[in-house]
Structure formats: C-alpha cells, structure tokens
Ligand binder design. Structure first.
Ligand code: FES
Length: 93
C-alpha cells in the first residue's frame, strides 16, 4: 500500500497518509484541524486547495464544489484521497 506525504500550508508541516485514506482523516490523525461538517461531500465546509500533486476527488455535490473550483485545485477533504505526494492549503478555524 502506498504512503504519501502531504505538505500542509499554512501550518508548514508535512504529514503522512496511506492510500485509501481521505485527506481529512490523515489531517485529523495528525492534529491538523481542517473545518469539518457533514463528512459526506454535501456541505463544502472541509474545502481545501491542492497546490501540487494528484488527488482523487470522489463524488460530491456540484453545488458545494463547482467545476470551476475543481479546475482551480479545490477539493473536499472529506472525500479526496491523495494519489501522489501533495501540497495543500486550507483556511484555519
Ligand atoms: S465535511 Fe461536508 S463536504 Fe466535507
């Protein structure tokens, strides 16, 4: 099973996660406090921006994550899984 490194801004920390874990899961296991709501891709509260690397975004409502936002790199951390080492940024609580 692949391991991926996730560099988190603005914390300036690098955390590690396994294939199949969501970015939200990996973050919360490592004390990175991304805002969380429904955990099901329906509210958009957990939105992050992927600055580098590949993620699988999973299924979510277009009303909370538009195609334009996807093109800009945004993803829902409760659904998205890393597919390479990545760099992300999020809005602090
Ligand atoms: S927590 Fe609601 S979309 Fe991720």
């Amino acid at each position: 099973m692949s391991q991926y490194q996730i560099h988190v801004q603005p914390d300036n920390r690098t955390i590690e996660g396994k294939e199949g874990q969501t970015i939200l899961d990996i973050a919360s296991r490592n004390g990175v406090k991304i805002k969380v709501g429904c955990k099901g891709g329906g509210c958009g509260i957990c939105k992050i921006k992927v600055l580098e690397g590949e993620v699988e975004r999973g299924i979510s409502s277009r009303s909370v994550l538009s195609l334009e936002e996807i093109e800009q790199g945004y993803a829902l951390s409760c659904k998205a899984e890393p597919k390479s080492d990545i760099v992300i940024t999020y809005e602090k609580k």
